[in-house]
Design a protein around this ligand. Structure first.
Ligand code: TRP
Length: 377
């Protein structure tokens, strides 16, 4: 049976393809994910539907989604050991999203801090999607019955809401959804902005001089590290003191994360050398860490056939997609994909076909929802 409990606990997370992956996301999180796959059955998807709440250029969104996938694989997420897929390629997310919308209260959605922040920032585009975003996120999660949902601080409230909605549905109709636990990931290095070491290196800011993305050219990375702020103390020495020397402490954490050295070892290495030697050394170490990742991601992006296989196997492996017939899957992905010559391009931002035979698929989804229901109750 497909929905019996797997031997390993299930973990699921979605990542919005809105910006390039930074050194911060790599050292702080993704680096640890390869190891995580040994212990958990992991699902990661590129949340392209969630990216639609802000205006996007369709071609850019498609490219970013694929680039993000390629970058995750290049960072060491093995597609054989993890289920990696693109959210819009598994239409069940949207369908269950609608269903759960009807079990999520206006008051609850109004209290979401992310909604309040984002609507304040984008007063000219407060769309329904921005408001009901957490219901789609609940669907993303509940479709796969995960045990754990690793998310950052800003998404915890959405996971809490998911639990409430699942509970409400279960109370009304019997045990249907497994109640997931938020998961606080093992912290890797906490990487701060190179020019403003009191704030985190952000994922979605414009590429500025304080932020390094994993695809960046070595000379740019070097330049940014050479310009990184250190501290205006007089001792001018490499010493770990996050309180008084946040800039140096940040560079030391980065250096420790990429070289595996301890803070005392680093202090000793740069003893008497000052920041002029330290900053380029950190830059070099980062360049060498990111080089193979960048090259691998570029290789994957050029290999359209491999990318397509990656997307297709991922979406087929996502359990709820198993009920989708393969032929439907192709049709749902749009005519651009049916044409081998044209690679992954297609006319819509989500690569779905407006003429897709959604009905047949929807029916199978209803059955699978019921199957879920019965098999778990
Ligand atoms: N909302 C998350 C973010 O902005 C992305 C996301 C979408 C997600 N669906 C999810 C995360 C499901 C965890 C589980 O980062």
């Amino acid at each position: 049976m497909e929905n019996t409990a797997p031997a390993k606990k299930v973990m699921l997370s979605g990542i919005k393809p809105t910006g390039d992956l930074t050194l911060g996301s790599y050292l702080g999180a993704i680096k640890n994910w390869a190891e995580r796959a040994e212990q958990y059955d992991c699902y990661y998807f590129m949340a392209d539907l969630h990216a639609l709440t802000t205006r996007n250029d369709p071609a850019l969104l498609r490219r970013r989604t694929l680039e993000q996938l390629a970058q995750y694989v290049a960072c060491g997420l093995d597609p054989e050991k993890n289920t990696l897929f693109i959210q819009s390629h598994v239409p069940a997310h949207v369908e269950l999203g609608w269903v759960l919308n009807c079990y999520t209260m206006f008051g609850e959605l109004s209290r979401m801090t992310q909604f309040k922040d984002k609507s304040a920032k984008n007063a000219d585009n407060i769309n329904g999607g921005l408001f009901t975003y957490p219901a789609l996120m609940a669907a993303d999660i509940l479709l796969y019955q995960p045990d754990y949902v690793p998310v950052g601080e800003d998404q915890k409230q959405h996971v809490e809401l998911t639990r409430d909605v699942a509970q409400r549905f279960n109370n009304l109709y019997g045990e249907t959804f497994k109640i997931p636990e938020p998961f606080v990931p093992k912290v890797g290095a906490r990487v701060m902005d190179l020019l403003n070491p009191n704030s985190k290196m952000s994922k979605s800011d414009e590429v500025g001089n304080g932020r390094v993305v994993i695809m960046e050219a070595p000379e740019d990375i070097m330049r940014k590290f050479k310009r990184a702020v250190t501290d205006c103390d007089t001792e001018h020495c490499v010493r770990y003191d996050p309180e008084n020397k946040p800039g140096v402490a940040n560079l030391m954490s980065i250096y420790a994360a990429v070289t595996g050295k301890t803070f005392p070892e680093i202090e000793l290495e740069f003893d008497g050398l000052g920041y002029g030697a330290f900053k380029p050394a950190v830059g070099e170490a980062v360049v060498e860490t990111l080089r193979p990742i960048r090259e691998e991601a570029q290789k994957i992006m050029k290999d359209k056939a491999y990318l397509e296989t990656l997307c297709k196997t991922g979406a087929e492996r996502a359990p709820c997609a198993r009920s989708i017939r393969r032929s439907d899957w192709y049709r749902l992905r749009g005519k651009g994909t049916e044409n081998r010559e044209s690679g992954i391009r297609s006319e819509s931002p989500l690569a779905t076909d407006s003429k897709s035979p959604a009905r047949a698929y929807t029916l199978s989804f209803h059955f699978s929802l019921f199957a879920f229901h019965f098999s778990l109750s």
